[in-house]
Design a binder for this molecule. Structure first.
Ligand code: UT7
Length: 334
C-alpha cells in the first residue's frame, strides 16, 4: 500500500476584520465577555457578492497546488468540507472543479462533518491514496458563516464565536515508510445532533407548514447548548488524541505540535494541560479568526507553512470536535 503526505497548503481570508468592539455596536455584548469566555479578539467577515464559500476554497487551493509544485491538471480528486455551502445543493466541490479551470472532469466530493469536516476529508483522501486510486487530492475546508449568523442580541451566544475563511492542502502519494499521515481516527455520537445545529432549511421545517410553526422552530440560524458542547469537547479531544498517539506507539511528550480545532481558547488550553504541552507546542489562531469550523485546521497548516514552522520529521496531531457530535484526529510525521 502507498502512503500519503501533505505536499502543499494555502489559505484565504476575507479582508474585512470585525472586532469585538464592532459587535458591541450591533448587539448587547462586550469585548470583555467574548475574550474571557472564548479568547476571540476579532474575526473576518466575507464581503457579500465578492467572497463565496466555493471561491474562497478555490483561492486557497491555487496556493496549495503551487506550493506543492503541481498544476491544476495534476489534481485527481477534490474533497470539500463545509457547513456553509453557497447552494443548498449541489455542494461547493464541483464549483471549485469549474473555477480551477483544469482540463479534466475530475471527481468532487462534499463532506458535511462541521468542525471535524477537514479531518474526516483528510481521512477519506488518505484511503484513496493508500489504495492507489489517486495520486494528488485537494482537501479543502471553507466557511462563510457571517451571512447565516443571527447578529442580534438574540443570537449573540453563537454569532460572536464564528468567522469566515478557507484553507486547503494537497495530499499526495508517497512511498516513504513511517512518514506522512500515520493514522486517522473518526467518531460520532448522533444523539447530540441538536446540541449544535441549524434546523432549517430541511425536512423538519417544510415550507408549506411555516404558517403553523412558531418562529423559534423555523429559525435558520445556528443554535447551541454551549456548556454541553464544551464538556463533551474537552473529554473527546483528549481521548481521540491519545487514540492516535497510542496507535502509533507515541506519547504526548513526542509531539512537536498540537493543532486543535479552534472552537474556544479555553478548550485548547484545557487539553494542552491534560497533555502537559508547553505553549510553543500548541497552535492557536482563534484570537484573530474566531471559529472557522472546517476551515480552521487547513488555515493553521497553511499559516505554519508560511512561517516555516513545519520541519522534516516533526510529529503533529490534528484534532477536532463539533456538531454531530463528530470528533476526529490525525497523526502526521512531516
Ligand atoms: O466548534 C463547535 C464546537 N463548539 C464549542 O466547542 C463551543 C463550546 N462552548 C463554549 O465555548 C462556551 O459554552 C461558550 C463560549 C459558547 C459560552 O460560554 P459559557 O461560559 O458557557 O457561557 P454561558 O453560555 O453559560 O452564558 C453565560 C451568560 C448567560 O447569561 P446569564 O444566563 O448567566 O445571565 C448568557 O446569556 O452569558 C450570556 N451571554 C452573553 N453575554 C454577552 C451569552 N452570550 C453572550 C454574549 N455577550 N455574546
Amino acid at each position: 500500500m502507498f502512503k500519503s503526505k501533505i505536499t502543499g497548503a494555502g489559505h484565504y481570508l476575507p479582508e474585512k476584520v470585525v472586532t469585538n468592539k464592532d459587535l458591541e455596536k450591533i448587539m448587547d455584548t462586550t469585548d470583555e465577555w467574548i475574550r474571557e469566555r472564548s479568547g476571540i479578539e476579532e474575526r473576518r467577515f466575507a464581503e457579500y457578492g465578492k467572497d463565496t464559500t466555493a471561491n474562497m476554497g478555490t483561492k486557497a487551493s491555487r496556493i496549495a497546488i503551487e506550493r506543492a509544485g503541481l498544476t491544476v491538471d495534476d489534481i485527481d480528486f477534490i474533497i470539500f468540507a463545509t457547513l456553509s455551502p453557497d447552494y443548498y445543493f449541489p455542494g461547493p466541490g464541483t464549483t471549485v472543479q469549474y473555477e480551477l479551470g483544469g482540463k479534466r472532469t475530475i471527481a468532487a466530493l462534499d463532506v458535511r462533518n462541521q468542525c471535524s469536516g477537514f479531518i474526516y476529508s483528510l481521512s477519506v483522501a488518505d484511503q484513496f491514496i493508500k489504495t492507489g486510486m489517486y495520486k494528488n487530492i485537494l482537501v479543502i475546508g471553507s466557511e462563510l458563516h457571517s451571512s447565516g449568523l443571527d447578529l442580534t442580541t438574540r443570537g449573540r451566544a453563537v454569532s460572536v464565536l464564528f468567522g469566515d475563511g478557507a484553507g486547503a492542502v494537497v495530499l499526495s502519494r508517497s512511498e516513504e515508510e513511517g512518514k506522512g499521515i500515520l493514522s486517522t481516527h473518526l467518531h460520532s455520537q448522533g444523539e447530540f445532533a441538536e446540541a449544535l445545529y441549524v434546523r432549517g432549511p430541511g425536512n423538519f421545517t417544510p415550507r408549506k407548514y411555516y404558517p403553523k410553526m412558531d418562529e423559534d422552530y423555523i429559525n435558520t440560524t445556528p443554535q447551541m447548548d454551549g456548556q454541553l458542547v464544551f464538556k463533551n469537547a474537552v473529554v473527546r479531544f483528549t481521548e481521540v488524541i491519545m487514540e492516535a498517539l497510542k496507535t502509533n506507539n507515541y506519547t504526548p511528550a513526542d509531539l512537536n505540535m498540537f493543532v486543535p480545532h479552534q472552537a474556544n481558547l479555553r478548550i485548547s488550553q484545557f487539553v494542552q494541560r491534560q497533555l502537559k504541552l508547553t505553549d510553543d507546542r500548541v497552535y492557536n489562531n482563534i484570537q484573530r479568526l474566531g471559529n472557522t469550523t472546517a476551515a480552521t485546521i487547513p488555515i493553521i497548516i497553511s499559516e505554519m507553512w508560511e512561517k516555516n514552522m513545519i520541519k522534516e520529521n516533526d510529529l503533529h496531531v490534528l484534532a477536532a470536535f463539533g456538531s454531530g457530535f463528530t470528533w476526529a484526529s490525525a497523526l502526521i510525521k512531516w
